[in-house]
Write a protein that binds this ligand. Structure first.
Ligand SMILES: *[C@@H]1O[C@H](CO)[C@@H](O)[C@H](O)[C@H]1NC(C)=O
Ligand SMILES: *[C@@H]1O[C@H](CO)[C@@H](O)[C@H](O)[C@H]1NC(C)=O
Ligand SMILES: *[C@@H]1O[C@H](CO)[C@@H](O)[C@H](O)[C@H]1NC(C)=O
Ligand SMILES: *[C@@H]1O[C@H](CO)[C@@H](O)[C@H](O)[C@H]1NC(C)=O
Ligand SMILES: *[C@@H]1O[C@H](CO)[C@@H](O)[C@H](O)[C@H]1NC(C)=O
Length: 315
């Protein structure tokens, strides 16, 4: 028995044992490799998970993007429909708007928040906010606005040199001491209205550590220069604009108990529109103003004075 066992141990068991051991080692290696692979996948998954923002605002933002897409469309065929199809399906342009976008929605939401802040009379805010609240209240106080009627406008007109069409004898009274540059300065500095020339102080485009006076073309009464001479629908807008000017002047004359003089008012307002049309024609179209460096012509006050002859700019 012993001898057999000894034989056995020496011969075939040794061979089998060896084979089994190699097999076991291979299996162990396989197990370790598999475990390693699983582990690394698990690790990658968890790190991926921590890269994804799952806060409520992220989830809402992601949902909004998905909602505004139309994933049933093939982006290679119609990318616009794929990217914006959901938006087009869910939104209608309101009658009061000419467009409707995320920014319009944000602005509406912001206005609701601002309204809450401005109408909140329970808490005391910083002085600037308190001023805004006072201004807001004065704009909303309709009874007082109705009672004051055109009186605030008339006193402003007096400050800026009067409006000849809404006055009698402007030539003999205010006209005597009227000075273009002075009125432009008053309008700009006290009412933030830049007529005829746009003039403001801002950081120098080519050296932000110093401030310079900018002089630019003015914005016009109507939204852009095309309104003044292009045909098609603008013709209707021009007519309404003239009508508006005429009715404001007529109302102001009436409030001051002046005679109606509709023919004179109409004629003067037509002249105003004509002057504004010339100004509009002299302005550079918006599409030619994209290159900021082309608009930059720095000069000193002396040169400005020589080229434009403005009063009050002399050094
Ligand atoms: C409007 O203003 C008047 C006078 O300042 C004030 O007495 C009145 O309470 C105001 N009304 C509102 C609704 O704020
Ligand atoms: C005011 O004076 C200007 C220039 O002298 C003149 O053209 C205009 O007709 C006068 N207007 C009135 C209403 O007298
Ligand atoms: C920019 O303006 C400041 C202040 O006038 C001046 O000190 C500085 O030299 C200017 N820099 C250049 C590059 O002109
Ligand atoms: C205009 O007449 C009315 C009524 O006679 C009067 O109450 C008002 O004060 C007058 N306005 C001016 C600006 O003279
Ligand atoms: C605008 O100005 C140009 C050039 O001075 C002139 O030819 C054109 O007739 C003007 N157009 C209008 C509508 O005034």
């Amino acid at each position: 028995m012993v001898e057999r066992a000894g034989w056995c141990r020496k011969k075939s068991p040794g061979f089998v044992e060896y084979g089994l051991m190699v097999l076991l080692l291979l299996l162990l290696l396989g197990a370790i490799v598999t475990l390693g692979v699983f582990y690394s996948i698990a690790l990658r998954d968890s790190s991926l998970k921590s890269d994804i923002c799952t806060t409520p605002s992220c989830v809402i933002a992601a949902a909004r993007i998905l909602e505004n897409m139309d994933q049933s469309r093939n982006p290679c065929e119609n990318f616009y429909q794929y990217a914006c199809g959901g938006w087009l399906r869910h939104h209608v342009i309101p009658e009061t708007n000419s467009r409707y976008s995320v920014f319009d929605i944000l602005r509406d939401e912001l206005e609701v928040i601002l309204k809450g802040v401005l109408e909140d009379s329970t808490s005391q805010h910083r002085p600037a906010v308190e001023k805004a609240k006072t201004l807001y209240r004065s704009c909303m106080n309709q009874s007082v606005i109705e009672k004051r009627d055109s009186e605030p406008l008339l006193s402003v007109l007096k400050m800026v040199g009067g409006w000849p069409v809404a006055m009698d004898k402007w030539n003999e009274t205010m006209g005597l001491k009227w000075e273009l540059e002075r009125q432009l300065a008053v309008l700009n500095s006290q009412f933030n209205r830049r007529v005829l020339i746009d003039l403001f102080i801002w950081n120098d485009d080519q050296n932000s550590s110093r401030h310079v006076i900018y002089i630019d073309q003015p914005t016009l009464g109507m939204p852009s220069r095309e309104y003044y001479f292009q045909e098609d629908n603008n013709h209707k807008v021009r007519k309404a604009y003239l009508e508006f000017m005429t009715s404001v002047a007529t109302m102001l004359r009436k409030d001051q108990n002046l005679s109606k003089e509709s023919a004179m008012v109409r004629e003067e307002m037509a002249e105003v529109l004509e002057l504004e049309t010339h100004l509009a024609n002299a302005t550079v179209p918006q599409e030619k103003r994209h290159d900021v460096t082309a608009l930059y012509h720095r000069m000193d006050l002396m040169e400005l004075q020589e080229r434009f002859g403005l009063k009050g700019f002399s050094v």
